[in-house]
Design a protein around this ligand. Structure first.
Ligand SMILES: Cc1cc2nc3c(=O)[nH]c(=O)nc-3n(C[C@H](O)[C@H](O)[C@H](O)COP(=O)(O)OP(=O)(O)OC[C@H]3O[C@@H](n4cnc5c(N)ncnc54)[C@H](O)[C@@H]3O)c2cc1C
Length: 436
């Protein structure tokens, strides 16, 4: 490859890095921090905008071990360990608020929930079933009239994703790591099937012994520009910001998966709940994909008229659903909303591992709507792979060569959630106006 250039100084100073990480999101920063704390000295993170400008900055922040695949539970438990360490080392500047995760189910789904609880326990998760009466005792003000059983994981909670990212970035810098923002990577420089570094959008090249791409939904773009490909699609995730009058109760609002109504409701700050429902996640058109890939995630709003239709429907129903569930919490109204793109695979599992048949090159992406809670563990695994160290969590189910690159697929939004009640109904109930 050509001479190594420091794009900040514009000088060809020949600096060769021991590792380059492409992407300043949770996966990239976690990988970078784990590389440097494992003993590498020259590790560079390249971010095309600013840190957390991708999905991580938009994440709601629910961190919960209630996943349908045991392997994911192991990864989330690992991520929580990393978060606990960051919290302790930062003196609490970053925190996981232990509000717990609560899944509510009606009669029809009771057997699924009980079976799922047993699976989670066998994966090492401290999951308990609660009766409606126990839910009402633990979470005063929660309406349990339509609840047959609940699943509770009390150690789960919520984080503020940008705080998690900036804490990681702080430790990474303190340990000697380098972050360059505003540096867009065009492609991976590969010679004789060995990654030698990267080429920036301005044509400069930077040499490195190892390259990790953790660029979220943009990963495919970088791979294609480098002559490779991965089966990867994106969907839109849309969240409403709802104000709640009883700010004093905010830590008593669990991270909620309401399977009877098809609602996710997560406390974010005192007096606010971030909420989403089945209308909030959908596979967007190709035009949206292209517009978003060229722009920042939030600009999806400009790209797709369907987004606005979905938004209006979603918000009306969210309010009704929240008022039904939290009768005593004084749910006031939707004050804002945002959307972002999620990257996904045909089986909803991420990609984590070496790029097939290319040396010194690893990829971590496609964490769907569960990347804040899995990202710290994925980053750690990428670092362990790149340093040929033993893995803390087996990554075999996430390997990159598990699909034919020509395979097309629909994103199955219900894949993470087997409750029928959570699937988008064929017809939405009649609309209600705010504050009927
Ligand atoms: C609305 C919403 C709510 C969510 N809620 C939750 C939740 O409650 N819990 C949960 O666990 N997860 C949640 N998620 C999912 C989670 O946010 C993502 O899975 C996770 O942040 C993905 O992290 P990442 O590092 O893979 O990607 P990103 O955070 O997208 O990082 C990729 C980075 O790469 C950069 N980049 C791209 N191309 C280039 C290039 N060519 N050169 C250099 N840099 C580049 C981007 O700018 C970006 O900063 C939510 C997501 C959204 C959108």
């Amino acid at each position: 490859m050509g001479r190594s250039v420091n794009p900040k100084s514009g000088a060809g100073d020949g600096v060769k890095f021991q590792a380059i990480v492409v992407g300043g999101g949770i996966v990239g920063l976690s990988a970078a921090w784990h590389l440097i704390r494992s003993g590498l000295r020259r590790v560079l993170v390249l971010e095309r905008y600013i840190l957390a400008s991708g999905a991580t900055g938009l994440g709601t922040g629910s961190v919960h071990t209630q996943r349908w695949h045991a392997i994911d539970s192991a990864l989330i438990l690992r991520s929580k360990r990393v978060m606990r360490e960051l919290s302790e080392r930062s003196g609490g500047a970053f925190r996981l608020y232990p509000v717990g995760r609560l899944t509510l189910a009606g009669e029809r789904d009771e057997p699924i929930v009980r079976n799922y609880a047993a699976q989670l326990r066998s994966a090492g998760v401290d999951a308990v079933e609660l009766s409606p009466r126990e839910v009402a005792e633990r979470f005063p003000g929660v309406n349990v009239s339509d609840v047959a059983v609940a699943l509770h994981t009390g150690d789960d909670g919520i984080v503020y994703p940008p705080a998690l990212l900036w804490t990681l970035a702080g430790f990474f810098r303190n340990d000697g790591g380098t972050i360059w923002e505003g540096c867009e990577v065009r492609r991976i420089a590969v010679e004789h099937r060995v990654a030698r570094g990267i080429e920036l959008a301005n044509g400069d090249t930077i040499e490195s012994d190892r390259v990790i791409v953790a660029a979220g939904i943009w990963t495919r773009q970088i791979l294609r520009a480098s002559g490779f490909d991965l089966v990867l699609k994106h969907s839109v995730a849309h969240t409403a910001v709802v104000t709640v009058g009883r700010a004093d109760l905010w830590l008593q609002v669990p991270s909620l998966l309401d399977g009877t109504q098809g609602l996710i409701a997560i406390p974010r700050n005192p007096g606010t709940i971030m909420a989403s429902n089945a209308a909030g996640e959908y596979e967007a058109s190709k035009e949206t994909a292209q517009a978003v890939l060229k722009a920042r995630s939030v600009e999806v709003q400009r790209a797709d008229a369907a987004f606005f239709e979905k938004k209006a429907v979603q918000q009306r129903h969210i309010l009704r659903q929240l008022r039904h569930r939290y009768r005593d919490h004084d749910v006031r109204g939707v004050v804002g909303h945002w959307a972002g793109l999620l990257d996904g695979t045909p089986d909803s599992h991420p990609y984590v591992g070496p790029f097939p048949k290319v040396e010194a090159f690893w990829v971590g992406c496609c964490l769907t709507g569960y990347g804040v809670q899995r990202g710290p563990g994925v980053g750690e695994a990428l670092a362990q792979l790149a340093l040929e160290r033993p893995l803390s969590v087996d990554m075999d189910a996430y390997r990159l060569d598990r699909f034919d690159p020509a395979f097309d697929f629909q994103i199955d939004m219900s894949g993470d959630n087997p409750f029928e009640g959570f699937r988008e109904p064929r017809e939405w109930p009649a609309m209600v106006t705010d504050r009927e």
